[in-house]
Design a binder for this molecule. Structure first.
Ligand code: NAI
Ligand code: 13P
Ligand code: ZN
Length: 348
């Protein structure tokens, strides 16, 4: 019997442009979501965008979250049930959006994604990324029915959030290499479409690096398009594999070892310099990854991340334990190999 199944869930409305925050209710109405929204946001995005979304509805409820955790997801679920809302809107960075999409999944309610920063490629994906104890889960979550990305708001956000989003995209190079490796060595299911889309997204972003500059709304436009494209690759794959390999495992480990030190995108970018070195050696493409990061002004060293050499090496040597995801880290790199890779690449 033919037993393959592809169930690809994509957003129906993706609205990107200047001032489109004020079209949020219209974009929601078009996908036939009605009633009272629960707006899931964090303090700054609430002020910048959450209130502008809320005022487009007769009634709404807002919950403010601070961290990506299962406890925060539970709190949102309880609020949604207590207030008898009809659908959820995530307004903010990656954490608020992840919490909203995971709560929506549990509640069986529609989800709408309103990113206020181009800092991560989870704005479209049907995945949530949450730490728990010693592990980091990549869980299936409700993909957005609509995405509303206001380039005016996103261009006004601190520039480092945009360079983090670029670095999250640049890390697709190594994520795809890890995925191909896992396919060859461990027979992990691989989608050529998703792999090619993810890699092409990184290539296009790097090709447009000259147009990605602070203060240009055009930059927000280019980066949001890339983040959407990368999220679609994850939806096609049905996993975060096209956009998350060993560099993400190292970053997730850094979140545990040095919490709050740097943005997710910046961490995965620096980590991808060393994982590219592990893939292709000293003559390989790690310089291209480093130069692409440097061109858009993202960190290329542990020091620029605010992370000590010791912590970075510890993250490299323990990252394989965080999740059952085969990558170039195999069953663990030795301390000597980690120090060598991080030193040759100038990361430490
Ligand atoms: N589910 C998925 O497929 C993916 C999930 N992620 C997750 O997303 C998270 C990283 O997302 P980030 O956005 O980097 O972190 P974040 O959500 O913590 O946002 C970073 C900071 O920027 C603030 N912020 C957002 N918009 C702003 C604006 N316009 N002006 C001023 N401040 C603003 C936020 O309030 C927060 O303090 C991680 O937890 C990561 O694992 C990342 C990529 C993909
Ligand atoms: O950050 C991601 C893609 O950029 C996905 O992270 P996870 O693999 O933890 O879901
Ligand atoms: Zn990421």
């Amino acid at each position: 019997m033919f037993d393959k199944l592809a169930w690809i869930r994509l957003p129906r409305n993706v609205v990107v442009g200047h001032g489109v925050i004020d079209e949020t209710a219209a974009a929601i109405d078009e996908v036939h979501l009605g009633g009272t929204p629960l707006i899931v946001t964090s303090p700054t995005p609430r002020r910048i965008a959450g209130e502008r979304v809320a005022e487009q509805f007769e009634a709404s409820v807002t919950v403010t979250v601070e961290t990506a955790s299962f406890a925060a997801v539970e709190r949102v679920i309880e609020a949604a049930r207590a207030e008898e809302v009809d659908f959820l809107v995530g307004v903010g960075g990656g954490k608020a959006i992840d919490i909203a999409k995971m709560a929506s999944d549990e509640l069986g309610m529609g989800f709408v994604s309103v990113p206020t920063a181009a800092s991560h490629d989870g704005i479209v994906s049907g995945r949530g990324s949450v730490p728990e104890g010693d592990t980091r889960h990549s869980v299936a979550a409700e993909p957005p029915l609509a995405v509303v990305a206001d380039t005016e708001i996103i261009a006004d956000a601190p520039w480092r959030l945009t360079t983090a989003g670029c670095a999250d995209i640049i890390s697709n190079y190594t994520a795809v290499r890890d995925w191909e490796l896992a396919h060859r060595l461990k027979n992990v299911e691989y989608s050529e479409y998703a792999g090619a889309l993810s890699q092409m997204t990184a290539e296009m972003l790097v090709g447009n690096a000259d147009s990605i500059k602070p203060g240009l709304e055009e930059s927000a436009w280019i980066v949001v398009k890339a983040l959407v494209s990368s999220g679609v690759a994850m939806s096609i794959a049905g996993s975060s594999r096209p956009a998350s390999g060993a560099e993400h495992l190292i970053s997730h480990q850094l979140d545990r070892i040095a919490p709050g030190a740097a943005l997710h995108g910046h961490q995965v970018g620096v980590a991808s310099v060393v994982t590219e070195y592990l893939h292709s050696g000293s003559a390989g493409r790690w310089r291209n990854v480093r130069d692409a990061l440097a061109d858009i002004g993202a960190p290329t060293t542990a020091d620029e991340l605010g992370i000590t050499a010791e912590d970075f090496v510890e993250a490299m040597t323990t990252a394989h334990e965080i999740r059952d995801r085969y990558t170039i880290l195999g069953d663990g790199v030795s301390r000597e190999a980690a120090v060598e890779a991080a030193t040759v690449t100038g990361v430490i």
